[in-house]
Design a protein around this ligand. Structure first.
Ligand code: UD1
Length: 418
């Protein structure tokens, strides 16, 4: 069994470059299918979710290889239009292949996607939006069969600004005749990155980053070279680690505008944060204060993906902080593990109340999901003794060189393979 072992009590010091964004690169890898050419994806993070996307691309007949940090994907040939159930279950983002394959060949067979267990994660918005573009979708024993005689641009209104549904619509609409206008689109920076990639391939997409995205379909597409944006959630995780452990850390290659809700919260907790262009520096004396309630919401609100790591940073703060999780119903699974370490957290429905404690103690805990797993490491950095985190495959889904980066910053941490 693989574990991450952290010995708490060491301040962090130094500089790291933040990885490319998982939530950008996964839809972009699906989007390479539309290009029908060779795409060079620079700053591609090495993650198990990226490996899952590569397996899907290769299964479909594409040629994929690494050149250092660049992933080269050749989608000139697409031999299949189905994705096996085992591949679909590996990650949530596999669902974005639906829009991409539909746009390219007009037929897809796939099952429901997997991913972190954060409560129900339906895909009804995806399916109804694709239907209004002209996809005929039937479901049989968990398998979706989608085909179309031709997608047609239309107006679509999402009932919630779902990230995945926005991405699926944009991709499918690139293969539709005429104009698609998507209202109440998700505004996450990763959507704007997807638009940038598609435009480099020759697509005509505008408005990503705002609530209305307009796609002119059926443009002739080709391969391109694109650099993925920085992972704001990985950055938030390192900031939370620095805040909790104390010390001074510098993150290179980030866009501070994407992190403003997180840096505002950490500043309120007592950290000193400087940011300019592509660098964020955080100084913490390791003694944090409780902060005003944190309510997760779609971008530009506080990201649900940063909730667990911020909570972990505040476990020893003076006072009480309230968290309200508005995106996913079951996103407090890390709390039971944090409690084993001595944290004082009460949950009622979507609300978690964190009362700062004087000390945390290292013990054996299990990662329950990707961000919850990272939160256990953040807690371990400020705990007495050794924290052993199990089930680290969850963490490896989304963090590139997590242990190496924290070691570089001075943490006493190692990965053990037993
Ligand atoms: C994406 C991110 C994930 C992040 C989440 C919210 C990726 C790979 N994942 O996930 O890291 O936590 O955004 O920022 O980019 N919903 C429905 N029906 C649907 C789709 C969504 O009811 O068809 C609901 C969900 O249950 C959830 C909310 O809408 O309550 C937001 O989900 P969504 O934005 O779609 O999240 P994901 O795209 O799955």
């Amino acid at each position: 069994m693989n574990l991450i072992e952290v010995t708490g009590g060491r301040p962090l010091q130094g500089e790291i470059r933040v990885q490319g964004a998982k939530n950008s690169v996964l839809p972009i890898l699906a989007a390479t299918i539309l290009s029908g050419g060779v795409c060079e994806i620079q700053r591609c993070p090495r993650l198990s979710d990226v490996d899952s996307a590569i397996r899907i691309l290769r299964y479909l007949g594409c040629d994929v290889h690494w050149e250092a940090e660049t992933l080269v994907v050749d989608t000139t040939v697409l031999q299949r239009c189905d994705i096996p159930d085992a591949m679909m279950r590996e990650m949530r983002s596999s669902v974005i292949f639906l829009g991409a394959i539909l746009a390219r060949i007009g037929q897809v067979d796939m099952s429901y996607p997997g991913g972190c267990e954060l409560g129900p994660r339906p895909i009804d918005f995806h399916l109804s939006a694709l239907r209004s573009l002209g996809a005929d979708i039937t479901e049989n024993a968990g398998v979706l069969h989608c085909d179309t005689t031709g997608l047609q641009g239309t107006e679509i209104v999402l009932s919630l600004p779902s990230v995945g549904a926005t991405e699926n619509v944009i991709l499918a609409a690139c293969g539709a005749e005429g104009t698609t206008v998507l209202h109440n689109a998700a505004r996450e920076p990763e959507i704007a990155d997807l638009q940038k990639f598609l435009c480099l391939c020759g697509a005509e997409v505008r408005g990503a980053g705002s609530s209305t995205v307009v796609i002119e379909g059926k443009r002739p597409l080709h391969g391109c070279r694109h650099q993925v944006i920085a992972d704001r959630i990985a950055a938030a995780t390192y900031l939370a680690a620095g805040a909790a452990a104390g010390g001074e850390i510098c993150l290179q290659g980030v866009d501070y505008r994407h992190l403003s809700t997180v840096t505002t919260a950490l500043s309120e907790a007592g950290c000193r944060i400087r940011s300019d262009n592509h660098v964020i520096t955080l100084y913490s004396d390791g003694h944090l204060r409780a902060i005003s309630p944190i309510r997760t919401s779609p971008y530009p609100g506080f990201p649900t993906d940063a909730q667990a790591v911020l909570m972990a940073a505040l476990l020893k703060s003076t006072g009480t902080t309230v968290f309200v999780e508005n995106i996913f119903e079951n996103r407090y699974r890390h709390v039971a593990e944090l409690t084993r370490m001595g944290a004082d957290i009460r949950i009622e429905g979507r609300v978690a109340v964190v009362c700062g404690v004087e000390k945390l103690r290292g013990t054996s805990v299990q990662a329950t999901d990707l961000r919850g797993g990272a939160a256990l490491v953040v807690a371990g950095l400020q705990a007495e003794g050794v924290t052993q985190v199990g089930n680290i495959h969850h963490i490896e889904r989304g963090y590139n060189d997590f242990v190496e980066n924290l070691t570089h910053l001075g943490a006493e941490i190692r990965r053990t393979d037993t």
